[in-house]
Every structure is written in C-alpha cells, then in structure tokens.
Design a protein around this ligand. Structure first.
Ligand code: FES
Ligand code: FES
Length: 165
C-alpha cells in the first residue's frame, strides 16, 4: 500500500521548504512540481541519464527515484542555487562561454555534476572528467563542448581564489 502523504521538509538552496507528499515521492517531483524548481530536468526516470542530478550534501545524485523523505535534513542544491547573488557559478559561466548546450535538457545535470567534481577535485584529468560524467546522456552531441567548458571552469577556479569568475 502506498504510504500516506505527510509534510516533508527540505533544505533547498539555503531555504527551508515544506510540501505535502507521500514520503516515497521522488525528490525531482517535489522540486519541479511543488517547489517550482524546474531547472532540474526529468528524463529517463531510471537513474540512467543524469538529467535530474542535484547536489545532496555536496554530492551530485540523480533525484528521479530518490525518495524525498530520505533527504530531509540534507542540504540540497539545484541548478537554481549554484549562482551566488546573481553571479554565475564558474561552471555555469564556462558553459555559457563555450556554448556547451543545444536543447539544454541535459545541461543542468551536467553542470551540477561538474560543479561537484571540481569541488572535490579542482584539477581533474580529462579521463577523470569523462569518468565522472560517464552516465550523462546528451542526445544533441554537445560532449566535446561540455568537456571544454569543464576545463575552462577548472582554469577559472584555479586563477580566481574565490572560485568565481
Ligand atoms: S531522469 Fe534521473 S537519471 Fe535520468
Ligand atoms: S544539449 Fe540537448 S540533450 Fe544535451
């Protein structure tokens, strides 16, 4: 039997947000449908494409099957929360500079995953970048520009101690 709806409290992009849903409702549903954070995309729904990734306590994880109740108390950051007071995160800026998106459906997940990677490993090798993003599917074929963007972001963050362009 499906669990009854209850209040779920999430910490999203530095704010405490509440919604009412069954505790096994996937986080992506609540982010998009209840909290209006539609930057997080929903594609395969099977944790196979990376489009729905968000940061949970700094780790990039797919949100399409993650029960929202499991991340109550965690710090959740979506693509909308990466910018700092209107200033784009270096990975966001690098994606703009390299025009690393076409339709953009995969882009939020890629940016979130790249931001987590550079936080953990500021100077990844090309092989490490490819490994970190291996699950991400881009049907528009933007891969080479995505790789250039992540290289650019790493260089930007190494040059600017505050990590911002
Ligand atoms: S929609 Fe979540 S991994 Fe594809
Ligand atoms: S830019 Fe269209 S799916 Fe990646």
């Amino acid at each position: 039997m499906k669990p009854a709806p209850r209040q779920i409290t999430l910490k999203v992009n530095g704010q405490v947000r509440t919604c009412t849903a069954a505790p096994d409702t996937p986080l992506a549903y609540l982010l998009r449908n209840d909290l209006g954070l539609t930057g997080t995309k929903f594609a395969c729904g099977l944790e196979q494409c990376g489009a729905c990734k968000v940061l949970v306590d700094g780790e990039a994880v797919p949100s399409c099957r993650l029960p929202a109740a499991e991340v109550e108390g965690c710090q959740i950051t979506t693509i909308e929360g990466l910018a700092d007071e209107g200033e784009l995160h270096p990975v966001q800026q690098a994606f703009v500079d390299e025009q690393a998106a076409q339709c953009g459906f995969c882009t939020s997940g890629l940016i979130v995953a790249a931001a987590a990677l550079l936080e953990q490993n500021p100077e990844p090798t090309a092989a490490q970048v490819k490994e970190a993003l291996a699950v991400h599917i881009c049907r528009c074929g933007s891969h080479s520009r995505v790789l250039r963007a992540i290289r650019r972001a790493a260089d930007m963050m190494a040059t600017n101690g505050d990590g911002r362009p």
